[in-house]
Design a protein around this ligand. Structure first.
Ligand SMILES: Cc1cc2nc3c(=O)[nH]c(=O)nc-3n(C[C@H](O)[C@H](O)[C@H](O)COP(=O)(O)OP(=O)(O)OC[C@H]3O[C@@H](n4cnc5c(N)ncnc54)[C@H](O)[C@@H]3O)c2cc1C
Length: 319
């Protein structure tokens, strides 16, 4: 590595990253996030399969170049300044799922919704809740994505990761302490390569009908992220206050606190869901979303003395 190069030196050369990788210099984070926001990164490295991802990450780590791993970019708010790192994106639109009895092994680069669709087409029940959730299997596992009281951890048998020491290991999920919208995968700097899910046989016609119902319901409640930039629910739901209690929707508190009509610059609260911010105003910036979401949290704190915790990960510097 050039001894004069440092992590933030955008012009510094990258090591050879191996076959199957596409590198884009001068890419912007707006191109890889569903919020369509965020400034430049040092380079974007696209790795569509586990082999190319492993080679590229090994080479970058050996050269001590910091990386930011992204899947579908559907849970990220990246600052307008961008990031100093190389962004490694692990996404494919041609995933090879493997069925093994009532289990499915899914590559991390697959879209989560494509996995949900595959399970239904195989007559397997257990991932219907994932229908319509954007992003990849890897991103869903890292953040334990879920809906309707279910989550991906509830169906996992094992997770194969590239660990921080460069070893590929099949791990028991307990190693990553899965909890509500949380796992220790990011802190352990593990990279998900594939995940084995245990499902159950179901009635194919009933599974198809239920998937259609969920997709219709989501379409009526959520903005279409392909047309209206968003990262879905911005804040986590509120932890129960007693063992018997249930998690309460952050959206309810936000609505009571008047969030539905809030706007900052080009960012506004979605008019059908007070916990969703859309960034479709002209010239919307990440700073607009940052200011708006801080105002939303402040309104809930003032009215209920409750601290909302973001579900969306902020990356980079914000004022
Ligand atoms: C319209 C809309 C609706 C949504 N609805 C839901 C919902 O119902 N339930 C829900 O839980 N979420 C929901 N989300 C949020 C988001 O889709 C999920 O959190 C999703 O699982 C994120 O996956 P991703 O691939 O986009 O991750 P990214 O946003 O790319 O990354 C998120 C984190 O995961 C890490 N990561 C990504 N890939 C890997 C990998 N292979 N290995 C290790 N770490 C990795 C990243 O480093 C980052 O820390 C919604 C988002 C939108 C836009």
């Amino acid at each position: 590595m050039n001894p004069n190069a440092h992590a933030g030196d955008a012009a510094a050369p990258l090591p050879a990253l191996g076959d199957g990788v596409r590198t884009v210099r001068g890419a912007r984070m707006a191109e890889v996030t569903t919020f369509r926001l965020g400034g430049p990164c040092r380079a974007l490295v696209d790795c569509p399969d586990a082999a190319s991802l492993t080679r590229a990450v090994d080479a970058l780590r050996s050269a001590r170049i910091p990386i930011l791993l992204v899947g579908g970019g559907s849970n990220l708010l990246v600052s307008d300044e961008g990031v100093d790192t190389v962004v490694v994106r692990h996404v494919t639109d041609a995933p090879a799922f493997r069925r093994d009895g009532e289990e499915i092994v899914a590559p991390a680069a697959a879209a989560l919704d494509t996995l949900a669709d595959y399970a239904v087409s195989e007559g397997l029940d257990g991932l219907l809740f994932a229908s319509g959730i954007p992003g990849t299997v890897g991103g869903a596992v890292a953040g334990n994505a879920g809906a309707f009281g279910e989550d991906v951890a509830g169906r996992m048998v094992s997770v194969t990761v590239l660990d921080v020491d460069g070893r590929v290991r099949e791990e028991d999920p307990s190693r990553f302490r899965f909890a509500y919208r949380h796992s220790e995968i990011p802190e352990q700097r593990a990279i998900v390569l594939e995940t084995r899910f245990r499902l159950a046989r179901g009635d194919p016609a009933a599974l198809h009908a239920e998937r259609d119902r969920i997709l219709e319901m989501r379409a009526s409640k959520h903005p279409d992220w392909r047309r209206r930039p968003t990262a879905g629910s911005f804040f986590r739901n509120i932890e129960p206050t007693s063992a018997a209690g249930r998690r309460q929707a952050a959206g309810w508190f936000l609505e009571q606190a008047g969030a539905l009509h809030m706007r900052e610059g080009g960012a506004s609260v979605f008019d059908r869901h007070a916990n969703i911010v859309v960034a479709d105003g002209p010239d919307c910036t990440a700073a607009d979303v940052d200011r708006l979401t801080r105002r939303m949290a402040e309104a809930v704190r003032a009215m209920f003395d409750l601290s909302l915790v973001p579900e969306v990960r902020r990356i980079g510097r914000f004022a």
